[in-house]
Design a protein around this ligand. Structure first.
Ligand code: HGY
Ligand code: MN
Ligand code: MN
Length: 425
């Protein structure tokens, strides 16, 4: 049997054991929630502390040193064979969730990093491996996403720090009290030896399943805009106001939302979503006077995404003019589309091929921490098939065999990265 096939066989064997352990751990971590009955973990919440407490001993047993940084990112370091002055491979994803989340979005990528360290046995590489569990990718608490990864690349500053949560607490205040209660936290920065970042993540869509593929190779991520749109009319008595005299903010928002859908459909591969809507005062017998809506727009090309946002904002003003309402629109977060590192993308693709898994190249419609890290550290992403394309939902799942495939290709990636890292020396 050739050396390579011996390697394949050993990796495949180790991978299925690692996959079973990872699946079990995802189920255990799903119990870490701030809302009984569903999975919800938000930025700097005790539920994320619970996840840290669960993962820490697993990392330490794998020979990793563990720390939490001042922004709540979990950091596990597996030292290199050559000591401190060696390149560092970052493997990570996020530990926070959307409301009523599934058990794999984000968590899987963090546990994949740990699984690859464990599956390597006692082996050391000529590069250190840092596993990062980012504290906030979804933006559930403050609306602005990627707070954990933006901190480590030095972008958590300015207006971001003034975003406030539902209780009126700002990001800056939350960070100050978090760090004050945790003197042991470390600086939220990246080592200057960081040579590459790899993120394993569920696809969260239907493409891999439709192609009957376990793994996908991500070569880029769509840009995203997060906006707020507010309609102001005239609140009033539901029984005494004739329809033709009303300035109903919610009826206006409803007409606008039909326009959002029609506009997004006009742009190929454009997506626009109104995920949140709040009507005030919210009485069943009161005509809504104020309605606040969220708006999430994505596209692989930034010019097209900006054109979609512009058209949707214009529609809000047009509907308001027709109905005697006021409309206020704002974009409070934007992240440009990102291309991942061609060399690393090729490396992940070859590793998948050598482990026997056919793949396709994909652009991610979902945002991921990789898009924040990529401009600073060469980055790659590997998608795992999402059964039913379901995600951001309790029915989100992943097949254990696909996790084994990811571990298998990940071990080959580590073997190949050894050469890549030596080239970086
Ligand atoms: O919104 C996203 O694309 C990601 O799930 N945070
Ligand atoms: Mn998500
Ligand atoms: Mn995610």
């Amino acid at each position: 049997m050739s050396l390579t096939s011996t390697r394949e066989t050993s990796h495949a064997g180790v991978a299925s054991e690692a996959a079973a352990r990872l699946m079990h751990r995802c189920k255990l971590l799903a119990r870490c929630t701030e809302k009984p009955g569903e999975i919800l973990r938000t930025f700097l919440s005790p539920a994320v502390d619970d996840v840290h407490r669960a993962i820490r001993p697993w990392m330490e047993a794998a020979g990793m040193s563990v720390a939490v940084d001042r922004v709540g990112n979990l950091r596990g370091l597996y030292p290199a064979e050559g000591g401190e002055n060696t390149p560092r491979l970052l493997i990570g994803s996020h530990l926070d969730t959307v409301p009523n989340a599934g058990a794999y979005d984000g968590v899987l990528g963090v546990l994949m990093g740990l699984a690859l360290v464990e599956a390597s046995g006692e082996r050391r590489y000529p590069f250190a491996i840092e596993v990062l569990g980012f504290s906030d990718e979804e933006g559930t608490r403050f609306g602005a996403p990627f707070l954990g990864s933006r901190a480590v690349v030095g972008e958590l500053e300015g207006g971001l720090l003034e975003c406030v949560d539902a209780g009126g607490v700002s990001v800056a205040q939350a960070l100050r009290s978090y760090a004050a209660q945790r003197p042991e936290t470390v600086a939220a920065t990246l080592s200057d030896k960081s040579a590459a970042y790899v993120e394993f993540h569920i696809e969260q869509g239907p493409v891999l399943e439709s192609r009957n593929l376990a793994l996908g190779i991500v070569e880029g991520l769509a840009g995203q805009s997060r906006c707020s749109v507010e309609f102001r009319g005239q609140a009033g008595h539901a029984g005494t106001n004739p329809m033709k005299l009303r300035k109903d903010a919610l009826a206006g928002a409803a007409e606008w939302m039909m326009g959002v859908e029609a506009i997004a459909r006009r742009f190929e591969n454009g997506v626009a979503t109104v995920g949140q809507i709040a009507a005030e005062p919210g009485g069943v017998n009161v005509i809504p006077g104020v309605v606040r809506c969220s708006l999430d727009v994505r596209h692989a090309e930034d010019g097209v995404r900006c054109a979609i946002v512009r058209a949707i904002f214009e529609e809000a003003h047009a509907v308001a003019a027709r109905r005697g309402l006021q409309a206020e629109v704002a974009q409070y977060h934007e992240h440009p589309a990102v291309r991942l590192d061609a060399g690393l993308v090729g490396l992940t693709e070859r590793a998948a091929g050598q482990s026997g898994y056919a793949t396709i190249r994909m652009t991610s419609g979902a945002g991921h921490d990789a898009m924040v890290i990529a401009p600073r550290v060469p980055s790659a992403m590997v998608f795992l098939r999402s059964p039913g394309g379901i995600s951001h939902h309790p029915d989100e799942s992943v097949a254990e065999a696909d996790v084994a495939a990811a571990v298998h290709m990940g071990l080959i990636f580590l073997d190949e990265f050894t050469t890549y890292a030596r080239g970086k020396d």
